[in-house]
Ligand binder design. Sequence first.
Ligand code: HEC
Length: 178
Amino acid sequence: MAIVATVLTTAVPASTGLDIEDYLPPPQQPSSADEARRQHARVLAERAQAHHIAAEKARLRAAESARQAAVLMERPAGEQLLEARCLNCHPMELVLLTPRTRLAWEALIWRMQWINGAELKSGERPIIAAYLTTVRPAPRRRAVFELIALGLLLTIPAVFVLRHLRRTTPRTSPENPT
Ligand code: HEC
């Protein structure tokens, strides 16, 4: 911090290009050498104070931008990924409009990838889906309903296929061997 303050103290006058002499009242003829020395000391003190204030302001500005950068870096990875991958096509409000279960968020991101052309690297979909599920979850009963629906969707065709196979396979029995 001391190094930063020193650099700023020495850098400010060069960058401002201002000369304090231009802003001083017209010089009064000092009555004596003593008076002249006092005036000089006063000018030096004022200049030092101005430098000090400028350095302090620069230090506060630097601290504030460092704090903001730290806040940005500390956000969850999912949020950062979402911003990088999803917000170039539509705003956050649209993404968060509808609450969804984890399954539905996964399906939506699949849809964005395969139909709308969102470009995700491998392994990024689960991170974004998990983040969206925490910030915009659907009620738990909807998750249960979706799981049951998915289960039925998968088992009903399986039952049909099995029954079909059983009917078309020739039965063999000990009394009536074929
Ligand atoms: C290349 C552009 C593009 C990218 C990248 C993109 N989307 Fe989309 N998104 C669209 C378009 C176009 C629509 C409107 C058409 C539609 O609904 O499919 C849409 C619609 C949506 C909707 C509203 C549709 C609904 O059914 O509720 C949501 C939510 C959404 N996107 C989320 C996302 C998420 C999350 C990502 C990041 C993984 C993403 N999008 C990345 C183009 C994109």
